[in-house]
Design a protein around this ligand. Structure first.
Ligand SMILES: Cc1cc2nc3c(=O)[nH]c(=O)nc-3n(C[C@H](O)[C@H](O)[C@H](O)COP(=O)(O)OP(=O)(O)OC[C@H]3O[C@@H](n4cnc5c(N)ncnc54)[C@H](O)[C@@H]3O)c2cc1C
Length: 348
């Protein structure tokens, strides 16, 4: 257990913050010891993977547990599918590459997303037309209060758009130990995302390797590399609004793009909701490429806020608040955060 631990190398925003206590754990016993350590001192405990979806607003007053448990195992197989369990501390992209090389298919569109396997279910990571929930069969967790190890099925995880039960009822209650995926033996190519289809348009029957390569190339051209320019990917979610609100915005902004979405809690009609690109809204408010102190909006993708050097959390937060304010004022649409603020925005 390390005290007053500097977290700058453990968050992709490269923000300066310290954890009162920090430990890297490799197995369940070490995790149980850390929980006991926090309980004995009445301190909060949070789990950290690659730190690519968090923003440390200030020093963390409790115990940060960094998951470094490893292991990838085949747990079942049939003629069509293979069930693969990966430990939560495995690198996500490393796991995607491993599966590709083992001819286990389905994850190619999710290549190059930073972070660890254990964080993938937290926000149901998604990219290029695929969400990870489509491949997850179950998630093994340790209950932080009872210490019992349990298995949650995909349905029990209540996955949604960048959402799961781990952000709500089970927030901080369950620590993910491993995730099991059902992968396909035959290639299952998904070119539903326009930019990906376009990148591969010259190839009649693309292979999983070609899809993987194309996804990596598009991502490298559009997104800042966090090792060069601190960031946490999309800072905001794409807003999902009902058709009534959408029609209102269209009156002033007829070229507003939209995609129909199914919303689980909409009992009337699954097509009553549309998703609008937050990047478009931010660009129209004039924020694209702008700087606010050392914090900025990335030129190639305005959904991404960046740290141009020694930005503080306060700089990034002030910029985010400004963007949210101007988007709400101009379009009447409230942007929601995708990046998790630690501690949360609501607390002091
Ligand atoms: C350049 C860039 C591009 C990105 N692109 C995408 C993208 O295309 N799609 C997408 O969905 N996301 C994207 N992201 C966001 C991010 O990479 C993902 O959300 C990723 O899954 C976070 O993994 P992590 O290990 O870094 O999680 P962290 O940031 O360490 O943690 C995120 C949250 O998960 C919790 N958590 C982590 N591990 C566990 C565990 N084992 N048990 C319980 N809770 C845990 C943490 O407490 C925290 O609340 C991008 C980020 C960057 C920097």
């Amino acid at each position: 257990m390390q005290e007053y631990f500097d977290l700058q190398a453990h968050n992709t925003f490269k923000l300066s913050a310290r954890a009162r206590y920090f430990c890297a754990i490799t197995d369940v016993q070490e995790l149980r010891d850390a929980l006991q350590f926090a309980r004995a001192r009445n301190l909060p405990l949070m789990v950290l993977g690659g730190g690519s979806n968090v923003l440390f607003r200030k020093d963390y007053p409790g115990v940060i547990v960094h998951m470094t448990n490893r292991g990838i195992d085949i747990v079942a197989e049939t003629a069509e599918a293979v069930w693969v369990r990966a430990a939560s501390g495995e690198s996500w992209h490393g796991f995607v590459e491993y599966c590709l090389h083992a001819s286990l298919h389905g994850l190619e569109n999710l290549a190059l997303i930073p972070g660890c396997v254990g964080a993938a279910p937290i926000q149901n990571i998604g990219a290029y037309g695929v969400e990870v929930k489509e491949l997850i069969t179950d998630v093994e967790v340790l209950d932080a209060v009872t210490g019992v190890i349990e298995t949650l099925t995909c349905t029990q995880c209540e996955f949604g758009y960048r959402d799961s039960i781990f952000k709500h009822n089970l927030h901080r209650r369950k620590i993910i130990l491993s995730v099991t995926f059902r992968l396909h033996r035959s290639p299952c190519i998904n070119l539903g995302y326009a930019a990906l289809a376009q990148a591969l348009s010259g190839i009649a029957d693309p292979t999983p390797q070609q899809v993987f390569d194309a996804v990596c190339a598009i991502r490298r051209s559009k997104l800042p590399d966090p090792t060069v320019l601190g960031n946490a990917g999309s800072f905001f979610k794409n807003p999902v609004i009902n058709r009534e609100a959408f029609a209102k915005v269209l009156q002033d902004w007829p070229d507003l793009p939209s995609f129909p979405v199914a919303v689980d809690n909409d009992r009337n009609s699954v097509s009553n909701w549309v998703k609008v690109p937050a990047a478009w809204l931010i660009e129209k408010t004039g924020w694209k490429g702008r700087k606010f102190g050392q914090a900025g909006v990335y030129q190639q993708q305005p959904l991404v806020l960046v740290n141009h050097g020694d930005a503080s959390a306060a700089d990034i937060l002030a910029l985010a608040e400004q963007i949210m304010f101007t988007v709400a004022q101009q379009f009447g649409i409230q942007l929601e955060l995708e990046v998790q603020w630690i501690p949360p925005r609501s607390s002091a």
